[in-house]
Write a protein that binds this ligand. Sequence first.
Ligand SMILES: [Zn+2]
Length: 76
Amino acid sequence: MSEPFDIHDHRHQLKQLRESSDTGLYDNRDGVSCPVCAAVFDRLFILRGRTQQFPENDGARFCLLNQDDGVYLFRH
Ligand SMILES: [Zn+2]
């Protein structure tokens, strides 16, 4: 069971590293927990475009949350 995740609720806890019209990358600097598995995540990557390549993955576990405004990828 996953809950909706609103980036604006966490903007003081997530440090924005990159932002474009189609993607956003945030660093979790305040122990925000993943809405999918409830464990603290490391980075949040938001993909808003219809066609997006997934960022290179180093083998870390990640969770996906599909929302109206994009796909949210929580990397642990
Ligand atoms: Zn997770």
